[in-house]
Design a binder for this molecule. Structure first.
Ligand code: PMP
Length: 373
């Protein structure tokens, strides 16, 4: 090797960005166990009628798979706008809606458009654990503030941090994952106003992946869209719609924000099959969402039961509950797994998160936890 070859030789193989070297890929373990309550899926699959409609729609799409799909997915955007109208008294236009392969991709695209070197993305811990990954992958600086002991936002701290760090993107899950706590609309308004006043006029993303599971009386941030042009509300079909396997996420925002994403998205990112599945499922929205009420009732019962065991449980507006605190949470997680119940070690140390499954699955979880405690 010549000296110039030695100087330019990579320090390891493959020639990765240094900050990626040695990292594990993101994701909870996918284990084949009887009761899977670890990734906040909907335990109910789509009904037989919905499955039949999806199959017909996919068969129709299959006939044209030699062609690229509609890059702008016009029909799907209009259908999603129609669906979102149930959560706000204001009109939502198709030009205000964007979709991608899961809300993870929607938010990555937001970071691609609004983040980047020299820019900051901000959230408040504990928060959704994928956010720092979008920041890392788009070379955006990741800044994390804190929450109160009950996991609500400390608004003074949040405002100060926005003023100080001038984030281009503020990421606020509501209901929050992993805690389940929802943000009051006043907090969203304050943060949108503070971000709008900052030098860069950052966007505020309210990630409502679990929005449909809100307790009644908790409004969606969709209602605030007309007041804040920097507000983005992200949703997904993975949770309430029971379509995690189809990978469809979407957002509502000012049309200028959707136009900005159109610049960075890969052409034809939503396949014709995905578009067909989403459109067919949206026609079954009332029936799919009927199951949400059952899950909310099961969630409330689970939270009460856990509290009855003397555990601390975060208030939940989502399809999961965060509970603790354990001196050795891994031991509890493992002992539940030994009994065929898979939950998640996530959130602050000592806490565990259980997704809400069917009544039967929750009975198995309760039995297993009683044996473990
Ligand atoms: N946001 C939050 C808060 C989540 O918990 C999740 C999934 N666990 C997502 C977004 C991403 O979901 P998907 O990509 O399936 O839409």
């Amino acid at each position: 090797m010549t000296s110039s070859e030695a100087a330019s030789a990579p320090t390891g193989w493959p020639p990765l960005r240094e900050e990626l070297r040695g990292l594990e890929p993101y994701g909870a373990p996918q284990l084949d166990v009887p009761v899977q309550l670890n990734v906040n899926e909907n335990p109910y699959g789509p009904s037989a009628e919905c499955v039949a409609d999806i199959a017909t729609a996919v068969a129709e799409a299959a006939g044209s798979l030699n062609r690229y799909p509609d890059r702008e997915f016009v029909e799907l955007r209009a259908a999603l706008a129609g669906y979102l109208a149930r959560d706000t008294p204001h009109d939502i236009d198709a030009a205000q809606v964007w979709a991608a392969n899961g809300s993870n991709e929607v938010m990555l695209q937001l970071l691609q458009a609004f983040g980047g070197p020299g820019r900051v993305a901000l959230s408040f811990a504990p928060t959704y654990s994928m956010y720092p990954e979008y920041a890392r992958d788009t070379m955006t600086e990741w800044v994390q503030g804190h929450r109160e002991g009950d996991f609500s936002l400390d608004l003074d701290h949040a405002r100060d941090l926005i003023k100080e760090r001038q984030p281009s993107v503020v990421l606020l899950p509501s209901p929050n994952n992993p805690t389940g706590t929802a943000l009051p609309p006043e907090a969203v308004t304050t943060l949108c106003e503070t971000a709008a006043e900052s030098e860069r006029g950052g966007i505020v993303v309210v990630d409502e992946a679990y929005g449909e599971f809100r307790r009644s009386g908790t409004p969606s941030a969709l209602e605030l869209l007309p007041q804040h042009r920097n507000l983005v509300v992200s949703r997904t079909m993975s949770k309430a719609f029971a379509l995690a396997g189809a990978r469809v996420g979407y957002l509502a925002a000012a049309p200028e924000i959707c136009d900005a994403i159109r610049v960075v998205r890969l052409p034809y990112h939503l396949s014709a099959v995905t578009q067909a599945v989403a459109l067919a499922a949206l026609r079954h929205a009332p029936e799919l969402l009927g199951r949400v009420d059952e899950l909310r009732a099961e969630r409330d019962a689970t939270v009460s039961w856990l509290r009855g065991q003397g555990l601390t449980v975060a208030d939940s507006d989502a399809n999961f509950a965060l509970f603790g605190t354990f001196a050795d949470r891994h031991a509890v997680w493992q002992r539940l797994l030994d009994r065929g119940v898979l939950i998640r070690e996530v959130g602050p140390d000592g806490w565990l998160r259980v997704s809400i499954g069917t009544a039967e699955e929750m009975a198995t979880f309760r039995q297993a936890l009683t044996e473990v405690l």
